[in-house]
Design a protein. Structure first.
Length: 201
């Protein structure tokens, strides 16, 4: 197991609560949605997808998968964001030591994937299961509203490196605080995904 895979296990004061996993999933989906290129409404363009637009993949998958289509679209946009996050980390010589919003160690990633699958199998709609995420995603794109959401998680405290925005200080001992630090470091908005991350070295 790599150093990154064991990192969150070693720094967290206890196993993540379900509420913390839901908060992480909420953050991942909001960032994944905001980072899309969009077509009917231009968003940040960090990944070249248009899955969550009304006339994009949302409409197609919704018609193909009447019961789980909305969850399938959310899974797809999250995966698009995860791949860009991974590609950005791979450009760093010490990629195994970086913790980012979409790479928080095996235990956290496994629980987050399982939670998303549980929601998909349930009778709950995304709006019922993850209301904070869906309130933003279902609304009209407003970059300032996204910035405000990021800033609500705290002031970004990072230094810019060749790998991206490295958050200063030790990795926090709770998942909620780790996620808050990563979200706050998304501001100011840049033309490319800025890869907020903690270094476990």
């Amino acid at each position: 197991m790599s150093e990154a895979n064991t990192a969150t296990t070693s720094v967290l004061s206890s196993a993540p609560l379900t509420s913390e996993i839901d908060s992480l999933l909420t953050a991942q989906l909001i960032v994944a949605w905001a980072g899309e290129r969009g077509q009917d409404e231009r968003r940040l363009g960090w990944w070249r997808t248009d899955l969550l637009s009304a006339d994009g993949g949302r409409d197609l998958l919704g018609s193909l998968l009447s019961r789980t289509g909305e969850w399938a679209v959310l899974q797809a946009v999250r995966e698009a964001a995860r791949r860009i996050d991974e590609a950005s980390r791979q450009e760093a010589h010490d990629s195994d030591t970086l913790l980012s919003l979409f790479a928080l160690g095996f235990q956290v990633e496994e629980r987050t994937d399982e939670r998303l699958q549980d929601f998909k199998r349930s009778e709950k709609s995304p709006a019922e299961a993850l209301p904070v995420a869906m309130e933003l995603i279902n609304g009209k794109w407003d970059q300032q509203a996204f910035v405000d959401w990021c800033e609500d998680h705290g002031a970004g405290n990072y230094t810019t490196t060749t790998a991206g925005r490295r958050i200063k200080g030790d990795v926090p001992s709770s998942l909620d605080r780790i996620v808050a630090g990563l979200i706050s470091a998304l501001v100011p908005i840049s033309d490319e995904y800025p890869l907020p991350h903690y270094s476990i070295r």
